[in-house]
Ligand binder design. Structure first.
Ligand SMILES: *Cc1c(COP(=O)(O)O)cnc(C)c1O
Length: 342
C-alpha cells in the first residue's frame, strides 16, 4: 500500500537522487576530522546561517543537548518554554546528563516566552541559586513561526542580561521559507542554532549545530562523550547537502498543501479546525470517535498518530503529494458524513 503518512515530517525517505548522492560521497574518518563530505556540510551550514563553525550530529536531541552543555556548566540554569521540545521531549537530558537546571517558563499561544516573564525568572547572583546562563527558544514551535521582531527583542534582552541565546531550529528552514527571509536572518539573533536535516528536508539522519568556533569545539568534545563521534558519516552528510540544495525552497509546497488540507477540513461537521501553521494542521475530533477515524483512515491508506488528546496533528512533507492530500480530504469527508448520519 502506498501510504499517505501524516504522522510527522520525520517519516520522509531519501529520494533516488539523494541516495545517488549518498553513494557517491567521498568519505573519511570524521572523528579525525577527515571526512570531506561532513566537513563540506558543516562549512555549508555555518556559512548559510552566518556562524563561524558547525557540527554534524546524529539527532536534534543530541544537537540541543550539546548546545546546552557547551553554553552551561554544572550548576548552571537555562530558561526554556514549558512546552518546548528541549525541556519536554528530550528525556530531561540537560538535567540528567548535563547537570543543568531547567527553568521552564509558560509560553504564549504563539510559542514565544514573554520577556518580562523571562526576566522575572533570572536568578540573583547568590550561592542560593543556580547560575542563569542561557535562554532557549524554538522556531517553528508546533509549526508556528516566531515573529522576527520578537527574536530581535529576545536577542537584545539576552545581550543586556548577559545570557546566551540558543535556538532549537529543528524546522528553522520552514520558518525562513514561511517568512520569506534567508535562514540567516533568523539565525543571526542567536548564539547557537540547531537544525534538523531529517524532518521536512528529507535526509534520513542528522542535525547540525552552528555557533562560534569556541562553542563548537566544546560541542565536539561533548559529542564524543555522548557517543556521537561517528566515522565515515559522509554518506549521511551527502544526504544533508543534497537536502539543502534541493529541498529548502520546496518547503513552501508543504505549507501550501497543509493550507489546502485545512481549508477543506474546516467545514466538515464533527471536527473542529484549530489552526494551520507552516506544514502542520491541527484538528479536534471528539475523543470517542478517534479510534474509528484512525481505522477508517488506515483502510484508505492514510496514517495519523492519535495520542491521548483529542487534538490531531497532520503533518505535510516531501513524501505527501497533491494526490495524497486529495485522498486524505476524501477519507475525512466520507468518515464525517457517515458518522454524522449515524
Ligand atoms: C524533532 C525535534 C527535535 C529533535 O530531533 P530528533 O532528531 O528527533 O532528536 C528537537 N526539537 C524539535 C522542535 C523537534 O521537532
Amino acid at each position: 500500500m502506498d501510504w499517505v503518512d501524516l504522522r510527522s515530517d520525520t517519516v520522509t525517505r531519501p529520494t533516488p537522487a539523494m541516495r545517488e548522492a549518498m553513494v557517491r560521497a567521498p568519505v573519511g574518518d570524521d572523528v579525525y576530522g577527515e571526512d570531506p563530505t561532513v566537513n563540506a556540510l558543516q562549512n555549508r551550514v555555518a556559512a548559510d546561517l552566518g556562524f563561524e563553525a558547525a557540527l554534524f550530529v546524529p539527532s536534534g536531541t543530541q544537537s540541543n543537548l550539546l548546545a546546552l552543555m557547551s553554553h552551561c556548566e554544572r550548576g548552571d540554569e537555562y530558561l526554556v518554554g514549558m512546552d518546548a521540545h528541549t525541556y519536554k521531549f528530550e528525556g530531561g537530558g540537560a538535567a540528567v546528563l548535563g547537570s543543568i537546571q531547567p527553568q521552564p517558563i509558560m509560553q504564549e499561544a504563539d510559542g514565544s516566552l514573554p520577556l518580562e516573564r523571562v526576566a522575572a525568572a533570572i536568578k540573583p547572583v547568590d550561592p542560593h541559586f543556580a547560575r542563569t546562563r542561557l535562554l532557549a527558544l524554538e522556531n517553528t514551535w508546533h509549526g508556528r513561526v516566531l515573529p522576527l521582531d520578537y527574536l530581535r527583542a529576545a536577542h537584545d534582552f539576552a545581550r543586556e542580561g548577559g545570557l546566551a541565546l540558543h535556538l532549537d531550529g529543528a524546522r528553522l528552514y520552514n520558518a525562513a521559507v514561511a517568512c520569506g527571509v534567508p535562514a540567516r536572518e533568523i539565525a543571526r539573533c542567536f548564539d547557537s542554532v540547531s537544525v534538523c536535516l531529517s524532518k521536512g528536508l528529507g535526509a534520513p539522519v542528522g542535525s547540525v549545530l552552528a555557533g562560534s568556533v569556541a562553542l563548537i569545539e566544546k560541542a565536539r568534545r561533548w559529542r564524543k562523550v555522548a557517543g556521537g563521534g561517528w566515522r565515515q558519516a559522509g554518506m549521511l552528510a551527502a544526504a544533508g547537502l543534497h537536502a539543502l540544495d534541493h529541498h529548502v525552497a520546496r518547503l513552501a509546497e508543504d505549507h501550501a498543501r497543509a493550507a489546502a488540507l485545512a481549508e477543506q477540513l474546516a467545514p466538515l461537521p464533527g471536527l473542529r479546525l484549530l489552526g494551520q501553521h507552516t506544514n502542520m494542521v491541527f484538528v479536534e475530533v471528539p475523543a470517542e470517535r478517534l479510534r474509528a477515524l484512525d481505522g477508517h483512515l488506515r483502510a484508505a491508506g492514510i496514517r495519523i498518530s492519535i495520542g491521548y488528546l483529542p487534538t490531531l496533528r497532520l503533518v505535510t512533507h516531501l513524501d505527501v503529494d497533491d494526490t495524497g492530500i486529495a485522498r486524505t480530504i476524501e477519507a475525512f469527508r466520507t468518515f464525517f458524513a457517515r458518522e454524522h448520519r449515524a
